[in-house]
Design a protein around this ligand. Structure first.
Ligand SMILES: Nc1ncnc2c1ncn2[C@@H]1O[C@H](COP(=O)(O)OP(=O)(O)OP(=O)(O)O)[C@@H](O)[C@H]1O
Length: 222
């Protein structure tokens, strides 16, 4: 699904944020990405989203060299990727329903079909009963689940998450990770950047560890 071939990333021409990354993630895998603050986890995810471009090497996603996409193809490319952020980035003046519907509205999905998909996504994260609420009326854990519903409403083949449990207590973090496992179980490839080593160790998935922009460990779950 994802192949990094000797990928490097420099910012500003000098600072090397990522160096010689070479790994593959198979379709349907669930992988954690870990490392100290500044190790390059977000940069790696941004490369996959094509928000950044590599300074060296190649990145293949579903067999395509994503650096070669024409800029007009990039929005279509991004539609196969669901993204979950630490601070969920919900629109505060829109209901839960409309926040989840946003990616579909942008794509011009017909409203009845959009409603069906939004409700299916909210149902999966256990928040169908809160569709009319505003984000501020929800707890932090619930807001993060809305962020996940929005990320999966397009049924993406690939789900990326950057510190999705950063602000949550251990129980809520475990609940959020269980949701990612649910999506992985139905075939979605999942990659999660997290520095919560205790949680990662408990969940037993392959873990890629970065240190100062280099891949220093690639461990299958025991
Ligand atoms: N747009 C940018 N311009 C310049 N330097 C950047 C940029 N984005 C990231 N960096 C630098 O690249 C390095 C890796 O940053 P990155 O955010 O990828 O790490 P991280 O592992 O996600 O860290 P954190 O967990 O703190 O978010 C850091 O030294 C950071 O300052």
């Amino acid at each position: 699904m994802i192949a990094f071939e000797h990928v490097g990333k420099r910012y500003g021409g000098r600072f090397e944020a990522l160096a010689n990354l070479d790994f593959r993630v198979r379709r349907g895998e669930m992988v954690f990405l870990t490392g100290h603050s500044g190790a390059g986890k977000s940069s790696l995810l941004r490369l996959i989203m094509r928000l950044e471009r590599p300074s060296r090497g190649r990145i293949l996603v579903a067999g395509h060299d994503i650096d070669r996409l024409h800029h007009s193809q990039v929005p279509y490319y991004r539609r196969q990727i669901g993204v979950v952020f630490q601070d969920h980035q919900l629109l505060l003046d829109r209901s839960i329903y409309h926040n989840v519907a946003l990616p579909l509205e942008i794509q011009g999905v017909e409203s009845r079909e959009a409603a069906r998909r939004v409700r299916a996504a909210l149902d999966k994260v256990g928040l169908l009963h809160r569709e009319k609420a505003l984000p501020i009326e929800l707890s932090g854990g619930e807001q993060q689940r809305v962020g996940i519903a929005r990320a999966v409403v397009n049924k993406p083949a690939l789900l990326l998450a950057d510190e999705p449990t950063g602000n949550l207590d251990p129980q809520l973090s475990a609940d959020i990770m269980a949701l990612f496992e649910d999506f992985n179980r139905i075939g979605t490839t999942v990659m999660i950047a997290s520095h919560d080593l205790a949680l990662i160790a408990r969940l037993r998935h392959r873990t890629l560890r970065l240190r100062e922009g280099r891949l220093v460990a690639d461990e299958e779950a025991a």
